[in-house]
Ligand binder design. Structure first.
Ligand SMILES: [Fe+2]
Length: 187
């Protein structure tokens, strides 16, 4: 894996998001950029994390929205239409604590059975880091501001609002673990 998987991911994400959802595409490009910046902490999985960052929100594409829960819709699309790498698909399905939101939507069993979470915690943390330190427009932000922005966008009592409040401590812990791994890298 390496540049090839990254190019492949960009082509798919661009085709599904750039026209249909330009703002989501801008976010996606920012998340992918964050992944490139920190990918060296994942050694042989560097290409995988960039591809997962590029495709994490592909399930928002209107034509792919089958259940309306984008991590699941995106993962199924990548598995079924693109025969994507199994670890990539499982990363997309579980990105940014999707299991917690799946629970609120009554989809927890379905998600956990079909797409078990990955065995390498730093991969999962890194995708959280990239997603949660990027604004909806693709700019850099902090996890605290990102959580606040999501809460204000969806509302405290929405499914997403309740999910994000529950996930916030986990999100911050993931971001801290990735920052520590980045800081520990030889320069
Ligand atoms: Fe997402």
């Amino acid at each position: 894996m390496g540049e090839l998987i990254e190019e492949w991911a960009t082509q798919i994400a661009k085709a599904e998001l750039s026209n249909a959802l330009p703002r989501r595409w801008a976010h996606t490009q920012g998340v992918a950029k964050r992944a490139v910046e920190v990918s060296q902490i994942l050694d042989q999985d560097a290409g995988l994390i960039v591809a997962a960052a590029t495709l994490h929100d592909v399930g928002y594409a209107p034509r792919l929205a089958a259940t309306g829960f984008h991590p699941l819709d995106g993962a199924r699309f990548l598995r079924d239409e693109h025969r994507a790498d199994e670890r990539l698909v499982r990363l997309v399905a579980n990105h940014s604590f999707a299991l917690l939101e799946a629970e609120a939507r009554g989809l927890r069993e379905e998600l956990a059975t079909e797409f078990p979470s990955l065995e390498r915690p730093l991969l999962v943390d890194t995708l959280v880091y990239c997603d949660m330190t990027t604004t909806p427009d693709g700019d850099r932000t902090t996890a605290q501001d990102r959580v606040a922005e999501i809460l204000s966008r969806y509302g405290d009592d929405s499914v997403v609002g309740r999910f994000i409040r529950r996930a916030a401590p986990e999100i911050c812990a993931s971001v801290e673990r990735v920052e520590a791994a980045v800081a520990a890298q030889p320069r």
